[in-house]
Design a protein around this ligand. Structure first.
Ligand code: AMP
Length: 459
């Protein structure tokens, strides 16, 4: 009963599902797709990794009529990273439906190009609330034909203060539309939003069966405040520290911790909400392409990031509330791998740990750590280094061009070249650390696609 072909889906969508290799529906899909396809409002409690994107994606793609050139589906996401990820997933699902126009509209990006691409109405918009609201207000986006509104990670959108923007957006789109609300947690505020914006919703809550729950081993370690950094560095020196996310409660600690780790020989970078979008992108590229092995972040900055299956999450401070703690540790143990989440707790933070214990309903597992002051510099550099090329999609530069330049004239082996990310005006390529200088010199001396672009190393 959980095969996709039991659903009344267009053949084109069933074909995409098959191409993507989805043989069975996930529990969230099995419960939410039938009512969604029947046109009902649905509120679903679903975590990242539950298959929620495909659930609402299939439903909204089923609803749109490509021959009508009008905005018909709007997906609101808390962050640009999540919006990009959702857009990518929708494009894959829509691969067999010709001429679907999907646009991603997020804040932090220049308005001009967005306005230009809105000269014809897209069928689907995926975006962040502030920017979508702005376009609706300006009249560059027309909400009158919207049939489906999706609120993805609604709890995070509320946390980030998007409540008013969402209400305003709803006031500017077609009165009769289907509203699909997805949220990892189910606090009172979410119920209130549902009551405000949904009509007789079908409620879907899926408790992942034990064997499907991501396996996360949690440990709590009591440390004195003065020992925190040494303890952190020591834990990161372990095997799992090769790719780890560290959470701090405060922004100023994020910078201080990242700098101190960097000083101690780790490839650590900070990520927080005060950073320019471009710098955030750069940090995320470097973390994903393995030229940074420790990312130190605030909770807000880490929301919606698509960082898959991290082996280790370290909480430098105990989160202020159990929900935030759950979001943090959910960053490890994804995609069927066992993850480790370690929380450092000072004696003063004990009450917060007790809250987490109470909310989780299981005793916390405490362990001790013999914290030793660092002996010299532990060199724990990331395996790759990033080079930036000051050219991108606007210069018609593609990953293959960069790969070609590196393996051709520059004489590198393809196995020493890592992830290549091409943005509008810049491109990033990861090179095995030992070969980065050579690659840089060769790229500077040679040409990419027959042209000379500026190339510089990062970090
Ligand atoms: P999400 O919860 O939307 O972030 O999706 C988590 C991951 O599960 C994505 O990589 C999807 O491609 C994948 N996925 C979604 N639905 C299925 C399915 N029915 N079977 C297998 N994988 C799926």
């Amino acid at each position: 009963m959980t095969a996709f072909n039991t659903l009344p889906l267009k053949p084109a969508l069933l074909a995409s599902v098959e191409t993507l290799g989805y043989t069975e529906m996930t529990p969230v899909q099995a419960q939410s797709l039938p009512p969604m396809l029947a046109g009902r409002d649905v509120i679903a409690q679903a975590q990242t990794g539950s298959g929620k994107t495909a659930a609402f994606g299939l439903s909204l793609l089923q609803s749109i009529d490509v021959d009508t050139i009008r905005l018909q589906a709007l997906v609101l996401c808390p962050t640009r990273e999540l919006a990009d990820q959702v857009s990518k997933a929708l494009r894959k699902l829509a691969a067999n439906i010709p001429n679907v126009k999907l646009l991603t509209l997020c804040g932090g990006m220049p308005l001009g190009p967005q306005l230009a691409s809105l000269s014809h109405d897209p069928h689907i918009v995926v975006g962040t609330p502030g920017r979508v609201q702005e376009h609706l207000k300006r009249g560059s986006l027309h909400g009158g034909g919207i049939k489906v509104l999706v609120l993805d990670e609604a709890d995070r959108m509320l946390d980030m203060g998007f409540s008013e923007a969402i209400d305003d957006i709803i006031g500017r789109i077609a009165k009769h539309h289907q509203t699909l609300l997805f949220s990892a947690t189910y606090p009172e505020e979410i119920r209130a939003v549902s009551q405000r914006v949904q009509t007789d919703p079908v409620v879907v809550t899926v408790d992942a069966p034990a064997e499907q729950k991501p396996a996360i081993e949690q440990q709590f370690i009591e440390v004195e405040p003065a020992q925190k950094l040494d303890a952190l560095a020591q834990l990161l020196a372990g095997e799992r520290g090769q790719h780890a996310l560290v959470f701090c409660n405060m922004r100023r600690d994020v910078d201080a911790v990242a700098q101190e780790l960097d000083r101690r020989g780790y490839s650590a970078l900070a990520l927080h909400g005060d950073m320019e979008q471009r710098d955030r992108d750069e940090v995320l590229v470097r973390f994903a392409n393995k030229s940074c092995n420790v990312l130190v972040a605030t909770d807000v900055a880490a929301r919606g990031l698509d960082i898959a299956a991290l082996p280790l999450v370290l909480c430098y401070d105990v989160a202020h509330d159990p929900d935030t703690h759950t979001h943090r540790i959910g960053r490890t143990g994804r995609a069927g791998e066992t993850g480790l989440a370690i929380t450092l707790c000072t004696p003063r933070e004990r009450p917060k740990a007790a809250n987490i214990e109470e909310a989780g309903g299981v005793p916390l597992s405490w362990r001790t750590l013999k914290v030793a002051p660092p002996r010299g510099k532990t060199l724990q550099l990331a395996p790759m280094k990033t080079l930036v090329i000051d050219a991108g999609r606007q210069d018609k530069l593609r990953p293959g061009d960069i790969l070609g330049a590196l393996t051709g004239d520059a004489g590198l082996d393809a196995k020493d070249i890592g992830k290549i990310d091409v943005f509008a005006t810049r491109a990033y390529v990861a090179i095995g650390r030992a070969l980065a200088t050579k690659a840089l010199e060769r790229l500077r001396a040679g040409r990419i696609k027959g042209r000379n672009f500026r190339v510089r190393p990062l970090g």
